[in-house]
Structures are given as C-alpha cells and as structure tokens.
Design a protein around this ligand. Sequence first.
Ligand code: GRG
Length: 346
Amino acid sequence: MKQEQFDPFSLVAEELSLVANRLRAMVVAEVPKLASAAEYFFKVGVEGKRFRPTVLLLMATALNVHLPEPAAASVGDTLTTDLRTRLQSIAEITEMIHVASLLHDDVLDDADKRRGIGSLNAVMGNKLAVLAGDFLLSRACVSLAALKNTEVVSLLATVVEHLVTGETMQMTTSSEQRCSMEYYMQKTYYKTASLISNSCKAIALLAGQTAEVAMLAFEYGKNLGLAFQLIDDVLDFTGTSASLGKGSLSDIRHGIVTAPILFAMEEFPQLHSVVYQGFDNPENIDIVLEYLGKSHGIQMTRELAMKHANLAAAAIDSLPESNDENVIKSRRALVDLTQRVITRNK
Ligand code: GRG
C-alpha cells in the first residue's frame, strides 16, 4: 500500500470538513457581537491544525466504528450512522473545549496573535473573549448532555477541571516548582494531554469497547499529547514566529520554564540558581538561553517526546487484532501521527 493511504489528515479529510461545518452551525449565537466572537476561530482558514478531531475520527475507525456509505439505507446502517455521528460529536465537543481554552489562555497571557491572525482578545477585547470562551464551553456542555452518557460527561468535565488546574499551576509556580521536571510534566498532562487522552477514552466507551481497550485509547492520547507538548516547547525555542503563528520564545518571556531548560539545568547545575530566581530580571533570560545553546536540552526534550510517541504507538499495537482493512489503515495512521508529532515544525 502506498504511503499516502496512511496520511492521517487525508484519511479523514471529508469527515473533518463535515465536523467543521457542524461546528460553525453550533457556535451561532443570538447576540451579533457574541456570534462574531464565538465563530472567530471556526472560520475557514483559521481552524488550526485540527489535530484533535483528526485523532478522534481515526480512533473511531481504529476501534471498528466505520464511516457509513452515503447511501446507507438498511437498519444496520442506520445504527452505524447514529454511532458514527455520536463519535463525531465527541470530536466537535473536544474542539470547542480546546478553542474555549485558547481564548481564555490568550486573555490570561495578553497574547496579540493566534493562528497567524490577531487573537480575539486583541481584536474584540478581553471581556468578549472571555464570554466567547464561556459560550463555547456551554455549547460543548449542551452537546455532551445530548449524548446521554454520564461516564463520558464525567470524563470531559474532568478535562475542563484539568485545564483550569494546569493553567493555575503554571500561573502560581513557586521557585522550587519552576525547577521541577515532575511539576512540569504534571502541568503538561493537565494543560495538554488530558483533553486528547480523555476524549480518546470517550470514543472507546461510546463505541462499546471494553475497559481494557478504553485504557489503551486513553494511553495513546496521553502519550501523544505529552509528545505534542514537549515538541511545542522545543518549537518555542527553535521555531519562527511566522511558522508558529504566534511569538517565539514566548514561554521564557512569560517566565515559564519548560523541558529544554530543565534538561539544560541538569547538565549545568549553575543554572539552577538563575531559574530559581525567575525572570523578573531580563538578563536571566539571556543567561538561560546561552546555557541552553551549549547544552543538549533541546535534544533531550526531543528524545523524551520520542519515548512518549513510541508509548502511544505501542498502545495502538496492543489493540485486539483486526483483519478489517479500514481498521488497519486507521491504526497505521494513528501510529504515523506519533511520528509526525515529533517531526513537525508548526
Ligand atoms: C475555558 C476550558 C477552559 C479553560 C480555562 C486558560 C485555561 C483554563 C487553560 C489553558 C489550556 C491551554 C491553552 C493549553 C495549551 C494547549 C495547547 C498545546 C494549545 C495549542 O494547540 P494546537 O497547537 O493549536 O493544536 P491549534 O491552533 O492548531 O488548534
């Protein structure tokens, strides 16, 4: 089989655009200002990488819930259609929670750019950006309730708690915590990996899979999410503003210490006191960057990301065997994604 058959994005391209259209319909609001704020990042061309819905739709097929033929007529096909629609709904809910968290994050960080355009707070002000985030979250809740599955509601409610916890951990970091890899990884799970891991688990549960399969889906999402964030933290040092659609070096400029610096600190213990002091004095940023350049911090972070990417791939390989061609293709695409996450440059 040719390599492009496993291209994760082209495998789900059509369904992704269906999800995107449904998202645009779901974020329509009664009040014009709220409507334009809520739809801002769902407009064609500014939808971001759509990494989460891609993973979730692939996971649906990987767990044997097929995309029905367009002309599906029989009762069996109606059931498949219904289930697939419910799983698409998880992809939509996940994307709405994600965008809501981006809107609130940009307010907290006073960001001026996102996805290559002005951030919503910069364009419409903090107040509308916060309200638009709340609105997206409430629309996500309505969709979630419509699924009538309390375990899935509980998973995604926990995700929102994790997002808030992770953000607060980042905002209130003490000097000791700033120097701790354990604290950084915990925060990373809450801020980035919890959403994709719990949504993957929700897909497995709605698909009627066993607790063991649901756990493998969760493990895939968790490790993929951790690898994704570790690379995000590398790109913050190595990427250009143009490729990232936002400022580079933005973490350290906000006083946020990530894995590359924490690894550099292990190699150069004299960095510890600088990181411990924090970055109120901008000279400390220069010192840290100089040491980072001399260290293997970036490489060690990439290696840690690779470790998590491999764990994610191993979770897919542990799923119960299947001979179904579409299931196999989607599983290969999920494994392919683990490699793309670590080689990406945006
Ligand atoms: C309103 C749910 C809610 C939460 C409030 C602000 C906050 C608490 C949490 C912040 C969570 C956050 C922004 C985490 C960062 C996650 C992350 C890696 C974002 C970037 O994701 P990409 O690169 O973005 O997939 P695109 O633009 O491609 O969708």
